[in-house]
Design a protein around this ligand. Structure first.
Ligand code: ATP
Ligand code: MG
Length: 562
């Protein structure tokens, strides 16, 4: 392979791979994505998927999906299925290699016996608390277990009886015999197997001992012939143990390379905490559009291309950092700007009556579907005497620099006519504005001033008798602070939850053409942002989620950095 042209080494991982191919350490590239099926995947996992699958693609290699399912008590089929769906949706292709660490349980156990026979592992009767106590600290060496010197024969007999179910849960463990004074705590005789009576989602009740993650992970990579085991930084300190185990057993050694995990501002990324949000009903479920999960982002209106683009832009690094969530939003906005049809929708309707427009008359305007992609053509938008406009686009008493509608002022009704406000109708009891009246300039059809007079503002509208009803859900960040884990003394991470992260508007009015929209369809609501039809929609019931606003905070950040 070294005589083949290699993809450019654009980051330290590709550099390492190119090095390995040039030196002949490997003659192929085989990566994997190894999720533990104990939750739904999030945007951090997307980074790992894009990275691992992207490398396999770039080098003409292979990519495995492997479930690291060594912990029966926390794993569920629901998670297994959702992971597959999400990896596939992102574009990851594992071909026929849907693999499970649990498929290797027998092999892993045989290797445990081998380690015992070699004198490299022993059965230890210390309790979990005692094991912890004996381990020592970063500045103090650990103490050796009194069971460390058991003869191999006795260890083998005990290990077999552990497997046979002769001992209660937690009463014994199998531990590697390495070095209780090792500066790396992971090397101080780590536990390899524990006794645990729990039903596993694949192996059922066949086992009452389960391998620890650290014992299963490296060997699973080895069994699968993975060349480059790409992990997040926290596994750097586990690498010596993985290498020790592979060498002790005497099997094929992949190369582990660590990279910094993705952190995002305003975003909680741990599966454990995301599970709490779901269980405590803070969100509606794993796929709540406010969640950083892949299924949540999907429901929010994110596309696989936008997420892949984001992962490509953030790249890989060796040091932990926090990415601005505005960049993720920017990637979606850029794509939807090119692809999303424009429509008009009024979220908080206010009636505008055009006094000089004939009763009962309707006309249709041809409006561009997407000015960014002329090929998308035009759509027909009906217009009539009574329109809905945004409450916010009218003020009885305009503040400074307010150019939208107010008594006496003239604005453009997008693609239709110029209108001048003539009258305000209020509820006599509450004083609330319930209707606005105006007159159009009949010579301004299409929205152009006949004499070229300057119109400072253009507002969107929907024809009242033609409008379709819709529910629109607006979202803000789930957390109020850029770093959600930065909490005041004495309170926990819930203190930073944003109580106003969802706003549901049920009386919205949209262009009639939207009545045929189906779940997953994406649109730009003019002046309001990008929206996607939620799966809660049904025939006759339109429900939209706002994916992102039009305000590109990332572009502003980039500009200020130049
Ligand atoms: P969490 O810490 O969110 O609970 P995890 O690391 O326990 O996640 P796994 O199922 O073990 O979840 O992760 C599968 C793979 O995804 C691992 O290789 C892990 O390194 C990677 N991964 C997890 N979180 C991130 C992240 N934030 N950024 C990049 N990769 C990640
Ligand atoms: Mg993990």
């Amino acid at each position: 392979m070294s005589d083949l042209p290699l993809p450019p080494a654009t980051d330290f991982i590709r550099e390492a791979i190119n090095e390995d191919l040039a030196s002949g350490r490997f003659d192929r590239v085989h990566t994997r994505f190894p999720p533990e099926p104990n939750g739904y995947l999030h945007i951090g996992h997307a980074k790992s998927i894009c990275l691992n699958f992207g490398l396999a693609q770039a080098y003409g290699g292979k990519f495995n999906l492997r479930y690291d399912d060594t912990n029966p008590s926390k794993e569920e089929m629901e998670y297994v299925d959702s992971i597959k769906e999400d990896v596939r949706w992102l574009g990851g292709d594992w071909e026929d290699r849907e693999l499970y660490a649990s498929d290797y349980f027998e092999q892993l156990y045989e290797w445990a016996e081998l380690l015992v026979r070699k004198g490299l592992a022993y059965v230890c009767d210390l309790s979990a608390d005692e094991v912890r106590e004996y381990r020592g600290t970063l500045i103090e060496p650990g103490r050796e277990s009194p069971f460390r010197t058991r003869p191999a024969e006795e260890n083998l007999d005990l290990l077999r009886r552990m497997r046979a179910g002769e001992f209660p849960d937690g009463s014994r463990t199998l531990r590697a015999r390495i070095d209780m004074a090792h500066p790396n705590l992971n090397m101080r005789d780590p536990v390899l197997y524990r006794i645990l009576r729990a039903t596993h989602h694949r192996t059922g009740d066949a086992w009452c001992i389960y391998p620890m993650y650290d014992y299963a992970h490296g060997q699973s990579d080895s069994i699968e012939g993975i060349t480059h085991s790409i992990c997040t930084l926290e596994f750097e300190v586990h690498r010596p143990l993985y290498e020790w185990l592979i060498q002790a057993i005497g099997i094929y050694a992949p190369r582990q390379i660590e990279f910094a995990r993705l952190n995002l501002t305003y975003t909680m990324m741990s599966k454990r905490k995301l599970l709490q949000l779901v269980q405590e009903g803070v969100v509606r479920g794993w796929d709540d559009p406010r969640m950083p999960t892949i299924c949540g982002l999907r429901r929010r209106g994110y596309t696989p291309t936008a997420i892949r683009d984001f992962c490509a832009r953030i790249g890989v690094a060796k040091r932990d950092s926090v990415v601005d969530v505005a960049l993720l939003e920017h990637c979606l906005r850029e794509e939807l700007n090119r692809t999303a049809p424009r429509v008009m929708a009024v979220l908080r309707p206010l009636k505008l009556v055009l006094d000089n427009y004939p009763d009962g008359q309707t006309e249709e305007f041809d409006v561009q579907v997407n000015p960014e992609s002329p090929d998308a053509g035009t759509r027909r938008v009906p217009f009539s005497k009574v329109l809905y406009i945004e409450q916010d686009d009218f003020r009885e008493v305009p503040p400074l620099k307010y150019w939208r509608l107010f008594p006496g002022n003239e604005v453009r009704l997008r693609s239709a006519y110029l209108v001048r406000c003539t009258e305000v109708v209020k509820d006599p009891a509450s004083g609330e504005v319930i209707e606005v009246h105006g007159t159009i300039d009949p010579d301004s059809r299409g929205g152009n001033a006949p004499d070229g007079r300057k119109i400072k503002s253009t507002i969107h509208w929907v024809s009242a008798p033609h409008a379709a009803d819709a529910e629109v859900r607006l979202y803000e960040h789930l957390f109020t602070t850029p770093d959600p884990s930065d909490v005041p003394e004495g309170s926990d991470w819930r203190a930073n939850l944003n109580p106003a992260s969802a706003e549901i508007l049920t009386a919205c009015k949209v262009e009639p053409g939207l009545a045929r929209a189906a779940a997953g369809d994406r649109f730009q609501f003019e002046r309001l942002g990008y929206f996607v039809v939620d799966p809660d929609a049904a025939p006759g019931r339109l429900v939209f989620n706002r994916s992102v606003t039009l305000r590109d905070t990332w572009a502003r950040i980039e500009k200020s950095q130049q």
